[in-house]
Design a binder for this molecule. Structure first.
Ligand SMILES: [Fe+2]
Ligand SMILES: [Fe+2]
Length: 214
């Protein structure tokens, strides 16, 4: 069945972006380890990709902690305590990840790979719980379509404010989604962002990460 809750559509897109970001980073770590390291030239792009991913992940959890969870806590039954606890664990791992990035290109890959593996092991089951507990059907029963659009708007604004610079985060979101997901996600952005800012004005900023995009 096609998802009709705007709030869920938005959350599923962000989950896909982060999942793809983690998977790509992990497979890149494997590749660098098998080659005995990462080249100086690729370090800049890989660090930027990881920093942007970390910013988006952090902002996503903050939006859930500060907007979505408080709103739905009294309306929908879900293991909120566990979800919030997962967020705290992942926030600590993001601090460790930042430290690993300081050690690139020489020594950081092993530790980076370990931290990413731990993070990914929490992330997978975490979004599974969210996606099973916050379904379109459940949410539409407690918040109408219009109301959900309003919540989605505040989640987006909140996310954009906390995730890092738009010239990096917006292309990261676009190009870690594929096919119809990318198309649907991009529909929410103004023409000038899609046709002018991302492909031309901001290109120099995000280009080092393009190797890791779809
Ligand atoms: Fe979450
Ligand atoms: Fe989430």
């Amino acid at each position: 069945m096609k998802e009709t809750s705007p709030l869920i559509v938005g959350i599923l897109h962000i989950h896909k972006v982060i999942t793809r970001g983690l998977t790509t980073s992990l497979s890149k770590c494997d590749e660098y380890l098998s080659k005995q390291g990462i080249t100086q030239g690729e370090t800049e792009g890989f660090s930027l990709y990881l920093k942007t991913l970390m910013g988006i992940l952090h902002a996503h959890h903050l939006s859930e902690d500060e907007i979505a969870f408080p709103y739905f806590k009294t309306k929908v039954k879900a293991p909120f305590d566990q979800l919030e606890d997962d967020h705290r664990k992942m926030a600590q791992l993001l601090i460790n990840l930042e430290k690993c990035l300081l050690d690139l290109p020489q020594d950081g890959i092993h530790n980076l790979s370990d931290v990413l593996t731990t993070l990914n092991k929490i992330w997978g089951p975490h979004i599974k719980i969210e996606e099973e507990n916050f379904t379109g059907e459940k949410l539409l029963a407690v918040a109408g379509f219009k109301e959900q659009l309003e919540i989605t708007k505040s989640l987006t604004a909140h996310g954009m404010k906390n995730s890092g610079p738009g010239p990096l985060t917006v292309p990261f979101l676009f190009y870690n989604l594929e096919g119809s997901d990318r198309e649907a996600f991009m529909m929410n952005f103004p023409w000038i962002v899609k046709k002018v800012l991302v492909p031309f004005v901001w290109r120099g900023r995000w280009k080092p990460m393009s190797k890791f995009f779809i």
